[in-house]
Design a protein around this ligand. Structure first.
Ligand SMILES: Nc1ncnc2c1ncn2[C@@H]1O[C@H](COP(=O)(O)OP(=O)(O)OP(=O)(O)O)[C@@H](O)[C@H]1O
Ligand SMILES: O=C(O)[C@H](O)COP(=O)(O)O
Ligand SMILES: [Mg+2]
Length: 392
């Protein structure tokens, strides 16, 4: 058991809170603020107790560069609206800028630091960087379930220099997603899509023996289509994972898992909502065309397979749902998940945005802030960000 926020004294203390404000953005505007709202119980509690709250997050993958499109400023603004009070913003998460911003905090004040991933040491779990973050505060809270599968400096390394406990969101995620790990209901289906193919394809092997049905869509499906020897045109394909995909297709038959791949796609001649588009069969993607959504036959087959399920976990949209012409597959699967007589978990920054957009979120048992994190948890892995927290 891990210590939680209620077991520590925070009054008048500087509290470092790792949050996951990696929200979907379109031209600098937040399109889904679920991940920000999800941290409100922790922030409100800390405010009531008179803590000096220092929030830190990553946004996107700027890879150590100060790319302006990855600034956390819009999140400070949104959080301030949600809290109904000002949220200070520091242009850097370490160094003089951060220190000065922290010094001005009074009990109950909230500060958001700029993107942790503007420093490459964050993802490298650099010790000096972790120490620099730790030096800002007297105690730490992890409320960033979505990034707890990453052994990064603000998630894992920092705990060597600053004691960290679990926030309310982390506790809640452990309860629900952990519940699915410990007491899975059968038949159990996992649906995996999205764009983070190389990360997420690695979890499939361990998931196969745990589920009766595994549905693959979105960008993930293309690598499997390539593994079947079909052409993929200019679709997103992870070439160095084609062999792994082939072995997973084989493993599925050995574990008696019903592995469902799309049998048709909506293909486009450019990555744009205005592109020409048409439906083709899974073996019919021509040169110069890319798969941007699953087709109607796949939608139907996936929905049928989900009907008898008792538990469904979904991460990763079935297509580029941000563009209306390629949203039908994701919406169809959202509907099938919502209508199933099952315990359902939908997780991930974009997946949750998709389910919110479809208006079906209130029909899902648990909306999780974790995408990759939920999958790795489900796979049976210990998440480094959780392991590193102080024990009771
Ligand atoms: N066929 C496709 N080709 C390219 N991109 C795709 C395709 N299908 C889906 N996507 C993109 O995948 C992205 C979401 O993938 P991602 O793996 O980030 O899911 P997520 O739910 O946000 O999970 P996480 O929280 O782990 O990031 C969306 O932006 C969507 O447009
Ligand atoms: O969106 C997510 O899954 C988390 O914020 C982690 O982001 P990452 O995959 O870039 O580490
Ligand atoms: Mg995402």
């Amino acid at each position: 058991m891990k210590q939680t926020i209620e077991s520590i004294d925070v009054a008048n203390k500087r509290v470092f809170v790792r949050v996951d404000f990696n929200v979907p953005l379109k031209e600098g505007v937040i399109t889904d603020d679920t991940r920000i709202r999800a941290t409100l119980p922790t922030i409100n509690y800390l405010m009531e107790k008179g803590a000096k709250i220092i929030l830190a997050s990553h946004l996107g993958r700027p890879k150590g560069e100060r790319k302006p499109e990855f600034t956390l400023k819009p999140c400070a603004q949104r959080l301030s609206e949600l809290l109904g009070k000002p949220v200070a913003f520091a242009d850097d998460c370490v160094g003089e800028v951060a220190r000065k911003a922290v010094e001005t905090l009074e009990a109950g004040d909230v500060l958001l630091l700029e993107n942790l991933r503007y420093h490459k040491e964050e993802e490298k779990n650099g010790e000096e960087f972790a120490k620099a973050l730790a030096s800002l505060a007297e105690v730490g809270v992890n409320d960033a379930f979505g990034v707890s599968h990453r052994a990064h400096a603000s998630v894992e390394g920092i705990t060597k220099f600053l004691p960290m406990v679990a926030g309310y969101l982390l506790e809640k995620e452990i309860k629900y997603v952990g519940g699915a790990v410990e007491h899975p209901e059968h038949p159990f289906a996992a649906i995996i899509g999205g764009a983070k193919v190389s990360d997420k394809i690695e979890v499939i092997s361990n998931l196969l023996p745990k589920v009766e049905v595994l549905i693959i869509g979105g960008g993930m499906a293309n690598t499997f289509i390539a593994a079947k020897g079909y052409p993929t045109g200019s679709s997103l394909v992870e070439t160095d994972k084609i062999e792994l995909a082939a072995s997973l297709i084989k493993k599925a038959s050995e574990t008696n898992t019903n592995l469902l791949l799309p049998t048709d796609f909506v293909v486009a001649d450019a990555f744009s909502n205005e592109a020409n588009h048409k439906v083709v069969s899974a073996d019919g993607i021509e040169d110069g065309w890319m798969a941007l959504d699953i087709g109607p036959a796949s939608q139907k087959a996936f929905a049928e397979a989900l009907k008898p399920m008792k538990m469904i976990v979904w991460n990763g949209p079935m297509g580029v749902f941000e563009m209306d012409n390629f949203a039908a597959g994701t919406n169809a699967v959202a509907k099938a998940v919502a209508e199933a007589n099952a315990t359902t978990i939908v997780g991930g920054g974009d997946s949750v945005a998709a389910i919110e957009k479809s208006g079906l979120a209130n029909r899902i048992s648990h909306i999780s802030t974790g995408g990759g994190a939920s999958l790795e948890y489900l796979e049976g892995k210990a998440l480094p960000g959780i392991v590193a927290l102080a024990d009771k």
